[in-house]
Design a protein around this ligand. Structure first.
Ligand code: KIV
Ligand code: ZN
Length: 517
């Protein structure tokens, strides 16, 4: 087995806050972005792409604030090949100890013909102009040829050469549409690196989308062919089927150093926590069988496997749960646990909360401990993530009563507060959930379309807390909401409200009515 000293270093470029946040319904608030950035920085991510500064004032503020706060990571801002974009990205990252402008332009014939309406020669000129502009603002410039995997290699090589000549220090060849195979992607990097005379002056980067489920395999193939930066996201979130998953890449290098003689700077014991933070912030549940961070990733259900594991863990385990930061489930606290013990538990789980948020969370923990005999770490994580995720909500559930009768009516009586003002409504629905969601629509005078509704138990057992997930769509915008409660219907109501509140944040709209349409 090789050791780290004779393996090659691969830089991890995390784009959870840009490409990840771009996926429908994954919008995060500023506080949530800061929380995610903090954990990425602490776990050793080399470059954090914090957002797309020209997209909105909110995006600009997020990139600028993350740039000011980052301790170690390079902070990148994305820019199209447009002068105003590049200036805005430069303005946002100038606060960073180490900032980067990441500018991109499409290079494939299909994008040139239908999206850009430009010739190859015109695109080449744009590459030189935009990279030069970015280099006049900052030393660290990354250039991406969008849809590189569907671009003729000769033209891609010419663009790459021009970008490096103009001062790009990183060259990214994205598989924008998730079309490539590992063999194709390997070949692309080999050829471009060989064809471009100044290729030794830049670091080459992969950026793979997961439309065919090959994003991680493709990224690893790119590295084998000479790339030394991988662009990826926590939990693989991102446009459509997502991006290459950071946790899978890190653990592939760590576990299969014999086949993949590379290493990253990531402290892998942070992976499980990072996954939970991103899932809560983006309101994106992690599939149970997701590699590395899924609930079942280390669960051995079958008798044969369990028997083997008891005799020797190596029989069925290629990496330990501890190596990705999973601690064995512990029975943590109960109704006699005090404020101090709760604070210590939060610190052990990696949470730092403002005083008022802590008081709220502690009260909810006490209420939970009164109702639920065993309070596990997962219960506390769900409760605290819920508290953080809903703290900025303008519309809150105050009281709810639901009555249901076989063959009879299903009625929801609801009291919510809208910016502090109470509103009471009641609604009869075809079932309990229909009555609740309709009552909320009545209260907020809006009718968002319900895209998804799912409920899940935080732990096992009938007394487990319910985690409800709701996704709403209105006027082409999508927002997701989450809530955890001992009662499934309460969780459902609060998840719906949380999603609706997020639609309001995205639009900066008045709380009632403005979203109707
Ligand atoms: O997928 C892609 O091509 C991108 C670029 C902006 C790098 O996300
Ligand atoms: Zn992308």
């Amino acid at each position: 087995m090789s050791t780290q000293s004779n393996t090659d270093r691969v830089y991890i470029f995390d784009t959870t806050l840009r490409d990840g946040e771009q996926s429908p319904g994954a919008t995060m608030t500023l506080d949530e972005k800061l929380q995610v950035a903090e954990i990425l920085d602490a776990m050793g991510v080399d470059i954090i792409e914090a957002g797309f500064p020209i997209a909105s004032n909110g995006d600009f503020e997020a990139v600028a604030t993350i740039a000011k706060r980052a301790k170690k990571a390079v902070i990148a801002g994305l820019a199209r090949a447009i002068p105003a974009d590049i200036d805005r990205a430069g303005e946002a990252v100038r606060f960073a100890q180490r900032g980067r402008i990441h500018t991109f332009v499409s290079t494939s014939p299909i994008h040139l013909a239908h999206q850009m309406r430009k010739t190859e020669e015109e695109v080449l000129e744009i590459v030189t102009k935009t990279v030069t502009q970015a280099r006049n603002l900052i030393d660290d410039v990354e250039w991406s040829g969008m849809d590189a995997t569907r671009t003729p290699v000769e033209f891609l090589a010419r663009c790459t050469e021009a970008a490096i000549k103009a001062g790009a220090t990183t060259i990214n060849l994205p598989d924008t549409v998730g079309y490539s195979t590992p063999e194709d992607y390997y070949e692309l990097f080999k050829r471009v690196i060989e064809m471009v005379p100044n290729s030794d002056k830049a670091i080459f980067s992969t950026h793979c989308h997961n439309d065919l489920g090959m994003a991680v395999a493709n990224s690893l193939a790119g590295v084998r062919a000479g790339a030394r930066q991988i662009e990826c996201t926590i939990n693989g979130i991102g446009e459509r089927a997502g991006n290459a998953a950071l946790e899978e890449i890190v653990m592939a290098f760590k576990t299969r150093v014999d086949a993949l003689p590379f290493h990253t700077n990531i402290e892998s014991t942070h992976l499980s926590r990072a996954s939970k933070v991103v899932s809560a912030a983006a309101n994106f549940p992690v599939q149970y069988n997701k590699a590395i961070v899924g609930k079942n990733a280390f669960a051995h259900e079958s008798g044969i496997h369990q028997d083997g594991m008891l005799k020797n863990a190596l029989t069925y385990e290629i990496m330990t749960p501890e190596s990705v930061g999973i601690k064995s489930t512990s029975l943590v606290m109960g109704k006699h646990s005090g404020r101090h013990a709760f604070k210590q538990k939060l610190a052990d789980l990696g949470y730092e909360m403002a005083d008022n948020q802590f008081q709220e969370a502690f009260q909810r923990f006490k209420d939970l401990a009164d109702r639920k005999k065993n309070v596990y770490d997962d219960d506390i994580i769900a409760l605290v993530d819920d508290e953080i995720g809903s703290s900025a909500d303008r519309i809150k559930l105050v009281e709810m009563s639901v009555t249901s009768k076989t063959g009879g009516i299903h009625r929801c009586e609801l009291k919510v507060s809208v910016d502090g003002d109470p509103i009471e409504v009641s609604f009869d629905g075809t079932g309990s959930v229909d009555a609740i969601f309709s009552a909320i629509k009545e209260a907020v005078k809006a009718s968002p379309h319900l895209v998804l509704y799912a409920v899940d138990g935080v732990t096992g057992g009938t007394d487990a807390q319910a985690n409800a997930h709701v996704r709403l769509e209105m006027n082409g915008r999508i927002a997701s909401g989450n809530a955890t409660e001992p009662d499934t219907l309460m969780a459902s109501a609060r998840a719906y409200l949380n999603a609706y509140n997020r639609l309001l944040v995205e639009r900066g709209a008045p709380a009632q009515g403005a979203l109707a349409g």
